[in-house]
Design a binder for this molecule. Structure first.
Ligand code: SF4
Ligand code: SF4
Length: 405
């Protein structure tokens, strides 16, 4: 088997830290039933317990970082379902990030595509150009001419067909010192601009003042892809923008960014606006909407933001709206940051299983808070001819919001 050099020598930091984290695992196996990759392969090496054993062996220099072991680690979705159920409190998320950093950037990482995704100004200009060239009408035909495993094929298939809306704008009186700052992100600053504006509208209606940080990448895809140095540069940009904001709390409507933002800003309160809105739900009034909606709860909303219950509570305040959370398993839709670009077949299997669960609910639309999950699911909905519109739950709530008297 092909082997790759480790970034650092075994048992030098962070290898020592990996070994320490791995030693917390008592190998009980309680995490296996909630692991989506174990459900796909029924292979111990594709389970949390197996990956912990691999990480431990690599860190201690007891195994060579060959392509096979590397792939088991790279298949991990970082969903953290395992961490949530672990009775020994194994910090699997940290262990995965440190192990991938030790190994260096994943060989399948589509560097050019990710480099583009991390430049929101360029991406917005290209999307505008694509709109003029009617790209949304022929992108799927173009994508199907590309090899099955090309990340560009997946990116084209998942590209939304609508025109991007204007970037999010701050709320309220500019002379007032903002206490909340919204982080727009990179791809989300374009494809979740509507949800971000919805968050600002809802927070303003609930009595908050919100400022908006510049749009840039938080570094999540680099951090999870083993590109530690690039992730650190992004973290430094987060810290500079945060320091300049004068705010006391940072918000993101994209649960997938929260963990990376928290890591960049230790000691800062970084959370999903749903938490604040649920706490002031009594000040928000909604118009009725007679619809049945399927609610997809991203892993990061459940395991990092931990706002799944608060979101349900908010949505259930819309009169006549029937909100049905998607049954699980599967425990992940397969998007998982850049996983859908690196392993499109595996991501497609998890998405098909998620959409089969959604179909049992016979929804009129599908809601999901994470932009990566929503684009991935929307492409599957389109390919299967299901005709369910999809949107961020906050976009639905802002549309139904009664204007203040
Ligand atoms: S549940 Fe925790 S302790 Fe048990 S095997 Fe999984 S990671 Fe290890
Ligand atoms: S993070 Fe998710 S995919 Fe990875 S080992 Fe844990 S449960 Fe499995």
């Amino acid at each position: 088997m092909m082997s790759m050099p480790l970034e650092k020598s075994p048992l030098h930091a962070p290898a020592g830290r990996i070994a320490e984290l791995a030693d917390q695992c008592v190998q009980c196996g309680l995490c296996l039933p909630v692991c989506p990759t174990y459900a796909l392969d029924r292979n111990e090496a594709e389970s949390p317990r197996g990956r912990i054993a691999i990480a431990s062996a690599l860190a201690r220099g007891l195994a060579e970082p060959d392509a096979g072991l590397r792939e088991h680690l790279d298949h991990c979705l970082g969903c953290l379902n395992c961490e949530k159920v672990c009775p020994a409190n194994v910090q699997y998320g940290e262990l995965l990030i440190e192990t991938r950093a030790l190994l260096g950037p994943a060989p399948r990482r589509p560097r050019l595509l990710l480099g583009l995704a991390k430049r929101p100004a360029l991406l917005r200009a290209l999307r505008r150009l694509g709109g003029w060239l009617a790209l949304p009408r022929w992108k799927n035909r173009l994508a199907r001419r590309l090899p099955q495993h090309s990340p560009w094929r997946t990116a084209l298939l998942d590209l939304p067909t609508g025109t991007p809306v204007a970037p999010v704008r701050a709320s309220g009186n500019k002379s007032e010192q903002p206490r909340l700052a919204l982080f727009p992100g990179c791809v989300a600053s374009i494809d979740d601009a509507e949800a971000q504006q919805a968050a600002v509208t809802l927070l303003q209606a609930a009595g908050f003042h919100v400022s908006v940080l510049p749009a840039f990448c938080c570094g999540a895809m680099d951090l999870h892809g083993g590109a530690a140095a690039t992730a650190e540069q992004a973290a430094q940009q987060v810290r500079r923008a945060w320091a300049a904001s004068g705010a006391s709390q940072l918000l993101s409507v994209t649960p997938g960014c929260l963990g990376t933002l928290r890591r960049a800003l230790p000691g800062v309160s970084v959370f999903d606006p749903v938490e604040l809105l649920a706490a002031r739900a009594g000040s928000l009034r909604f118009r009725p909407l007679a619809q049945r909606v399927a609610l997809h709860l991203p892993c990061t909303q459940i395991n990092v933001a931990r706002t799944d219950a608060a979101l349900l509570q908010l949505l259930r305040r819309v009169p006549e709206l029937e909100v049905l959370p998607l049954p699980r398993p599967p425990y992940c839709c397969g998007a998982a940051g850049s996983h859908l670009l690196e392993f499109p077949a595996r991501a497609g299997q998890l998405r098909d299983a998620t959409l089969r669960q959604a179909a049992t609910l016979e929804p009129q639309q599908l809601l999901s808070s994470n932009i990566g999950c929503r684009l991935h699911l929307a492409a599957g909905i389109d390919q299967q001819g299901l005709h369910w519109p999809s949107q961020h739950p906050l976009a639905l709530l802002a549309r139904q919001l009664e204007p203040s008297p």
